[in-house]
Ligand binder design. Structure first.
Ligand code: GLA
Length: 402
């Protein structure tokens, strides 16, 4: 039975155990009891899963700057880990050459520290939400490999270095793979070459030797793409470049991936020796405009009749179907609790979700555990019910391979 986890926190350690997370340093223990619970009788997710994995959400500035008070109550009651939805992406934190804007990111990190949370950084190297100047010279032509490597190193050292010992884990590289498992033809690949991934991890390691470093992507349940991610992990390991975790984003559909596919994907990642983080969990209940199973942020689709069916409310039958889907997925996570460190939802309440705007703008989506009024949905109850149930003891990887 997993009693507690210890994660590096600079010179200190964060111990997340039965009594919540607390910072522990060689000079004594800093009390980090959980913040007061919101006034509700609902059990807290973070307490229900305290023996299993951390539970969190992606936050926007309204939440960490305190303007969204209802969202704030959900976060402090239920979550012990946070991810920034946008403020640490390149276009926000480093919008122009030589100009960094750390104001929102500083507030995000300070919020996580105030609430004694496991603070995730998202993301250092990605093809999206990265300004064009990064890849271009003054004339608009592609820069050389050396120039782009120097820019990447400066960015990673400046951003991860600023939060050294304070941000506990970084999505170092996001979405480097195509669905067939080959490397995406992003400017990072075409200008630097395939070793851009290894370089990003090396620079992140230099910037903060104690932060956990992750590779993060969507639809890793797709066997071909999963194989590509395993190749990335194995190659880093072969070159002795540390990687602690794989981030399975988990933008799930009602009918994909199957429970069996989710299960086998986690088992295969576990065999590489890295930890699994579920990093961007949501379940889309709306009709899919295409057969695309992924979560490619650049995808756009046309609004059409029948594609926004729950404008007024989610019918009870769909609430129940969503609750059942969440329960089945959490049953898989619980089965793999020995290798899963964290489950983070992509958003807090339904009204915050990116799925209201993707791939068709202006729809009304219901992908999370809390509704637009920040009340727990039947899906919250079903997930909490799973937490009360028995734990299977089959380890995801044979003993001795932890
Ligand atoms: C991807 C990214 C996230 C976010 C979502 C959609 O999964 O990793 O940062 O942009 O898309 O919002």
């Amino acid at each position: 039975m997993k009693r507690h986890r210890v994660v590096p926190l600079g010179l200190a350690m964060l111990v997340c155990g039965a009594s919540g997370c607390r910072a522990k340093s060689s000079g004594g223990e800093a009390t980090a009891s959980s913040v007061p619970a919101a006034s509700t009788t609902q059990p807290a997710l973070k307490t229900a899963f305290r023996e299993d994995f951390l539970i969190g959400g992606a936050l926007n500035p309204e939440q960490f700057n305190g303007r969204d008070t209802k969202g704030g109550e959900v976060i402090t009651q239920h979550f012990n880990t946070i991810t920034p939805e946008n403020v640490l992406k390149w276009e926000h934190v480093h919008p122009e050459r030589g100009r960094y804007d750390f104001v929102p990111a500083d507030a995000y990190v300070a919020y996580g520290e105030r609430h004694k949370m496991f603070i995730v950084g998202h993301t250092l190297v990605w093809h999206s939400q990265t300004p064009r100047w990064v890849f271009q010279d003054a004339a608009g032509a592609p820069v050389s490999r050396d120039t782009l490597l120097a820019r990447m190193r400066d960015h990673i050292h400046t951003v991860a270095g600023r939060y050294k010992g304070r941000i506990h884990g970084w999505d170092v590289v996001n979405e480097a793979l195509n669905e067939d498992g080959t490397l995406r033809q992003s400017p990072w690949l075409t200008i630097i070459g395939p070793d851009y991934i290894a370089k990003a991890f090396e620079y992140a390691r230099e910037a903060d030797p104690n932060a956990q470093l992750y590779y993060n992507d969507y639809s890793l349940e797709n066997p071909a793409k999963r194989a590509g991610a395993i190749r990335i992990i194995r190659e880093l390991q072969a070159r002795r470049i540390p990687i602690q975790g794989v981030g399975m984003q988990g933008h799930l559909k009602m009918d994909w991936p199957s429970v069996a596919l989710e299960d086998s994907t986690i088992t295969e990642f576990a065999a590489t020796g890295v930890k699994v983080h579920i990093t961007e969990l949501d379940i889309d209940v709306l009709p899919q405009p295409t057969r695309n199973r992924g979560a490619d942020v650049s995808m756009r689709a046309q609004a059409a009749a029948g594609l926004d069916p729950y404008k007024a409310a989610l019918p009870d039958s769909m609430q129940q179907a969503l609750a059942a889907r969440y329960a089945a997925i959490f049953a898989v996570y619980l089965r793999h609790r020995d290798v899963i460190d964290r489950v983070t939802f992509w958003g807090v309440a339904d009204g915050d979700s990116w799925l209201n705007g993707w791939p068709i703008p202006g729809r009304t989506s219901y992908p999370l555990l809390f509704d637009r009024a920040h009340q727990g949905k039947p899906a919250l109850d079903s997930v909490l019910a799973k937490a009360r149930g028995p734990r299977e003891t089959t380890p995801s990887r044979p003993r001795g391979e932890q």
